[in-house]
Design a protein around this ligand. Sequence first.
Ligand code: PLP
Length: 421
Amino acid sequence: MTQDLHTASWLDEMPQRLADIERAHLLRRRRVVQPEGGARLRVDGQSMLAFCNNDYLGRAGHPALAQAAREATHTFGVGSGGSPLVSGHSAANDALEHELAAFVQLPRALYFYAGYATNSGIIPALVGDGDAIFSDALNHACLIDGARLSRATIHRYPHADLAALEAQLAASPAHRKLVISDAVFSMDGDLIDIPALLALCERYDALLLLDDAHGFGVLGPQGRGSLAQAGLTGANASRRVLYMATLGKAAGVAGAFVAGDAAIIEWLLQKTRTYIFATAAPPLLASALRTSLALIAAADDLREGLRQRIAQLRNGLAELPPQLGWRLLPSHTAVQALVIGSNEAALAVMESLRQRGLWVPAIRPPTVPPGTARLRIALSAAHTESDVQELLLALAAHAADCIGARPEQATGTSAPSAAIA
Ligand SMILES: *Cc1c(COP(=O)(O)O)cnc(C)c1O
């Protein structure tokens, strides 16, 4: 046995550090899942009604997508074989890029294997030392990490506070300014005012990178996304906007893309390290995505169904007793955040729902700010009216347990409705 040179190694601290995060109710556990059709999942062997998927149109299990992937394996095999700049840019991936650009009505698109790699790679390709980044405080982790990797100066502005952003832009002497923002915020579900954001970028000669992971496929005409919903695509497209979206959520597959001005996209192709030094996504995924795009365009009925479930959920949550201190955040999207407060209380709600056969994730810091642990209820077109009703009844039952079933609350008539922030 080799003798350790150090009597106390930092590696020995790992069990203690794990115990620390467990004590803070921050230990995460993966569950082994298997789809069961509709919104149901087998979770660790137990059949559950799930409100945790970003598969907003319920399309991940669609047979047409699986069929497209299967057929593509006959032509392309399974792996892509290399980086897109060497040998990995298959005919399927190339066709998908053209279809993505046409779908979002922007000049050109670049297809990536993951959204995380897209944002963490394109930001350092656009700006660097001496440049400036302006970042919403609630941006997704991969925008934050891309900003850090770039070595540009980072100005973080309070969530959606465009006056604060304007003051920062006005004060910045940087030649290259980049504003980065989620379009739909992933843990709150609210939508940023895109025209106002773009107007600021125009005034201060900044480029706007919009991450529409949760709007693509769901918002805008035919699901073309939040930029199309804002009327800023096609003839009204601005070269100041780089539109990024992921393809593992409403599109039901995997991957991501960035679209915008052709010269900027060409620059990204030349300079993005997460693109150049990584194996291209397998062509079977691009093939499934091409089918998915066609389905998204034709899915107005699913989007309408989703809107109805959102309204049903919000109306139902507003009936929960206010003395719980739970807070439903304002959101018209499929992401509905019910802020519980402490990590422990949020986990208790999740556990109570789990025992009732419902799987709704509790989201804790650092994913959300301390003290705002929450249930992140993700709705999907796969949910039925009775699915949402089941969730509302389970939450009401847990709420009654929490406050002790006093008669005036049990009837639900005299209690004022929960605060909607
Ligand atoms: C999911 C998500 C990503 C990451 O995309 P992946 O394809 O899962 O890597 C990026 N941005 C936002 C806002 C997201 O929600």
